[in-house]
Write a protein that binds this ligand. Structure first.
Ligand SMILES: [Zn+2]
Length: 275
């Protein structure tokens, strides 16, 4: 896996082929890792790190709970794994339901059958939970891990003020429609998160998916999201039927390759504002 230079001490991969974007922050005596993709790609990610720094890895920071960001935790099990408290709670709980060994095995069997070319990513998957949690912010050597919510209730961003760099996690999808269908997705908090990011001193942003971007992208997506909110809330207030609200042609941010995912995002927003 190729790690490209974002700033003096920040490197990332955003080729998007094997999961969510990942990166590292090189501190004076150690390295912080941001997100972990899947077991197979996490191994390739970890192998790539010594090519840009020989310092030891100390922490893995998880931006949110989605599998394309946390299934690779097992490859970084020797590090402190840091996340928002909700991520840890949900992951612990999921060991008793969604991700019990039996369910995981079934899920993996489906992957193996339906997408054999991607099987190497999942093979041997074992759930590893965070070892350190926080509720609002967590800080180490000037790097700030900040809870925002929005894409999920545990979504957090990694701010590196000294480098004017930010890992935005899945608050930002660049070049594709944002996935906003998580049951805990909250478009109001998402908007607040964008407003908060815009107050930071940031030049380069590593999104959760898609290429490196800057504040202009945040401004554009904030404007779009507020427009959609204004329209959808208006329709809901007028008592327009659910079907019509969901079928409305909202302004386009990015075309979607998966219309059913886009629809699930609209459904989530509709539920949020009509609830
Ligand atoms: Zn996500």
């Amino acid at each position: 896996m190729k790690l490209s230079k974002v700033s003096d001490r920040v490197y990332a991969n955003w080729d998007g082929e094997t999961g969510g974007n990942v990166g590292i922050i090189r501190l004076d005596d150690r390295v912080l890792v941001v997100d972990a993709q899947y077991p197979g790609s996490a191994r390739r990610f970890r192998e790539a790190i010594p090519r840009v720094t020989d310092k030891p890895l100390s922490h893995l920071l998880l931006t949110h709970i989605h599998g394309d960001h946390v299934f690779g935790n097992m490859v970084f099990e020797d590090l402190e794994i840091v996340s928002h408290r909700r991520l840890w709670e949900k992951m612990e709980k999921s060991l008793d339901n969604e991700w019990t060994p039996g369910n995981l095995e079934k899920m993996l069997e489906t992957y193996r059958r339906d997408a054999p070319e991607r099987w190497w990513l999942f093979e041997g998957l074992r759930i590893v939970v965070p070892t350190t949690t926080f509720t609002e912010t967590w800080e180490t050597d000037g790097v700030e891990f900040i809870h925002t919510g929005g894409h999920t209730d545990c979504s957090s961003v990694v701010y590196v003020p000294e480098d004017r760099a930010l890992f935005a996690g899945d608050l930002l999808f660049v070049g594709r429609f944002p996935w906003a269908g998580d049951p805990t997705a909250d478009p109001d908090r998402w908007i607040e998160a964008f407003q908060r990011i815009l107050k930071m001193d940031v030049e380069k942003i590593v999104p959760g998916h898609g290429p490196l971007c800057d504040m202009e992208e945040v401004e554009r997506q904030l404007k779009w999201m507020k427009e959609v909110r204004w329209i959808m809330r208006g329709l809901i207030e007028e008592g327009v039927s659910e079907e019509e609200v969901l079928d409305y042609r909202y302004p386009e941010l990015y075309a979607t390759e998966r219309p059913e995912w886009q629809k699930r995002s609209w459904i989530r927003w509709y539920q949020h504002w009509s609830g």
